[in-house]
Design a protein around this ligand. Structure first.
Ligand SMILES: Nc1nc2c(c(=O)[nH]1)N[C@H]1C(S)=C(S)[C@@H](COP(=O)(O)O)O[C@H]1N2
Ligand SMILES: [Mo]
Length: 543
């Protein structure tokens, strides 16, 4: 009898540890699933993975973030979320195993992680209040209870009535008849139903979350962009070369690069959207609705947008036709003067609904260039990914110092008194776009046939314009490439060069000269703090 009793004692040996770890993972899964459902009721951004992900993006050192953008591109956000899930899974395994010995401690651990998620959600710059803590907290409570119950099944044994205070004594039920001393049937049943319930709850939460923003979608569908009072000149026919592999002159919205910190793309309802203009030296602060902007004279301009995180030859550059309101006019209406005319503010800080802050020189946006609050992109309202309902676009400045998407607030201030988001993370306060050029074709490591090979690509020096592009084969002389027609000095320019390719390996290099006469420097620098410099080279083998 004693021996038999002993056999049924809890011995957290290997199998129990493994099942404990499994319980931990199931508890974690249940927590996230419940959180997803609660987030659908609160707002998608408050779900723990999104909140912790957002917090990690903000806390990531600039160099690492830059590396992530370069290596994973727009997929960087997916990689981050998968990373968080992997870390959570490992923690859940450990907590689950721990819970086999220390049941309460395991459950408390789950609650602790819930608190971390809640804290992250509350500390996000776009947090809308205390309810943002709910998804993490409710999820954690459910997860903790589940872990407690599941591990209870693992430690359920028959004990003499006068047994110790081991937590296992709390258990009764089916476990009593389990031959191995733990409630196998109860565990399998509880685990399987928990997994199934979590999957269902998670799926419902997911679909509710993804179908959110119906008002925003409806408002976007309802936008009719009036024809611009100041239309763009037609793109010259010869601005776009017919060469396979070259970047099209106008980048379609679906191919336009996307760089931002938003794990959930903000879906803003244009009918309730407002833009506030205020701050230093703003004599007549204003609040504008989307309709207020639509009623103004609209300008239409072709402007090439460039990201500072694009390496030499990198992909984060695109050219679109934007329609919007001239920013300088709006600022003047609010009584703002540029510093050169005695204005008090030299920095314009734009704020987005997701808490991004971007600083631009007031002088630049009021110097006569076509800085605008864009409402349309390539003939349609801004896509959500690109800032619907309104974003800033400033010719000649990298996106991180100008192109605020989902904008909601413009504050006039000084560079001395405020550092916006990227500046706090080591990037430059001011960043005009560097003169650059890229070989689009042939691709690196291509194997063209000997004979005429057309080398072609794009060059840009927004607001200065491209004057010349030169190509060099190996260490040969620089040869002038043929330039396509220029659209405006705010757009990129295509170029091509027919090369009589000879067999063997060759290095093709390109450099541009802008209208100020400055030749693109061959000196390589990193992207941080104010943009990469250096020449783009492509190595090919001619067969
Ligand atoms: N709200 C918000 N606006 C933003 C950003 C961001 O992270 N959040 N990123 C900026 C950067 S770094 C660039 S390069 C451009 C990119 O614009 P796109 O995604 O439309 O190409 O948006 C800018 N505007
Ligand atoms: Mo950027």
């Amino acid at each position: 009898m004693r021996d038999e009793e002993k056999d049924r004692r809890v011995r957290p040996g290997r199998p129990h540890l493994a099942l404990g770890a499994l319980s931990g993972v199931l508890a974690g899964f249940a927590s996230l699933a419940v959180a997803e459902l609660v987030a659908a009721a609160v707002r998608p951004q408050s779900s723990p993975v999104i909140a912790v992900g957002g917090a990690s993006i903000d806390a990531t050192p600039a160099a690492v973030k830059d590396w992530a953008i370069r290596h994973f591109g727009t997929g960087d956000k997916l990689v981050l979320q998968l990373g968080i899930l992997v870390v959570l899974a490992v923690l859940a395994l450990v907590l689950g195993a721990l819970a086999v010995r220390f049941r309460r401690l395991g459950a408390a651990g789950v609650l602790l992680f819930g608190t971390v998620g809640a804290a992250a959600a509350l500390s996000r710059p776009d947090s809308t209040g205390i309810t943002d803590a709910l998804p993490s907290l409710v999820g954690a409570v459910v997860g903790a209870l589940l872990l407690y119950v599941l591990v209870g099944r693992l430690t359920a044994v028959r004990r003499p009535a006068a047994s110790t205070s081991d937590s296992a004594t709390e258990e009764t039920g089916d476990g009593l008849s389990a031959p191995t001393g733990w409630d196998r049937r109860g565990f399998v049943l509880a685990a399987a139903s928990a997994a199934a319930a979590s999957a269902a709850v998670g799926a419902v939460g997911r679909s509710l979350n993804t179908s959110r923003g119906q008002d925003a979608i409806a408002s976007r569908n309802g936008v009719v962009l009036p024809s611009p009072g100041s239309p763009a000149q037609p793109v010259p026919k010869r601005a776009g070369l017919r060469i396979a592999g070259i970047s099209p002159f106008v980048t379609p919205n679906s191919d336009f690069y996307r760089v931002d910190t938003a794990l959930v793309v903000p879906k803003v309802d244009a009918t309730t959207w407002r833009l506030r203009i205020h701050g230093k030296g703003v004599r007549r602060p204003g609040v504008y609705s989307f309709d207020d902007l639509l009623r103004r004279e609209l300008i239409e301009r072709d402007i090439t947008l460039t990201c500072v995180s694009s390496e030499v030859g990198g992909p984060y550059v695109g050219n679109a036709r934007w329609v919007g309101v001239r920013l300088a006019d709006l600022l003047a209406e609010c009584g703002v003067k540029p510093p050169s005319q005695g204005g008090a503010a030299d920095q314009l800080v734009s704020r987005s609904v997701d808490g991004m802050t971007i600083g631009s020189p007031v002088e630049d946006v009021m110097d006569g260039r076509d800085a605008m609050l864009a409402l349309g992109m390539n003939g349609e309202p801004l896509p959500f990914d690109h800032g619907f309902p309104v974003r800033m676009v400033v010719p000649g400045l990298y996106g991180f110092v100008s192109a605020c998407k989902w904008i909601k607030d413009i504050e006039l201030t000084t560079f001395d008194s405020y550092d916006p988001y990227w500046v706090k993370r080591g990037w430059a306060r001011k960043a005009p776009i560097k003169t650059a050029s890229r070989i689009d074709t042939p691709k690196p490591f291509a194997r063209p046939k000997a004979g005429t090979v057309v080398i072609a690509g794009v060059a840009w020096a927004q607001h200065r314009g491209i004057d010349k592009v030169e190509v060099r084969i190996d260490d040969g002389p620089w040869q002038e490439a043929d330039l396509a027609a220029e659209d405006t000095r705010d757009t990129w320019r295509q170029w091509s060069h027919p090369w009589q390719a000879t067999k063997g390996g060759h290095t093709l290099t390109v450099r541009a000269t802008d209208r100020t006469g400055a030749v693109q420097t061959g000196e390589r620098t990193r992207t941080i703090p104010d943009g990469a410099s250096g020449w783009h080279s492509v190595v090919v083998t001619v067969d």
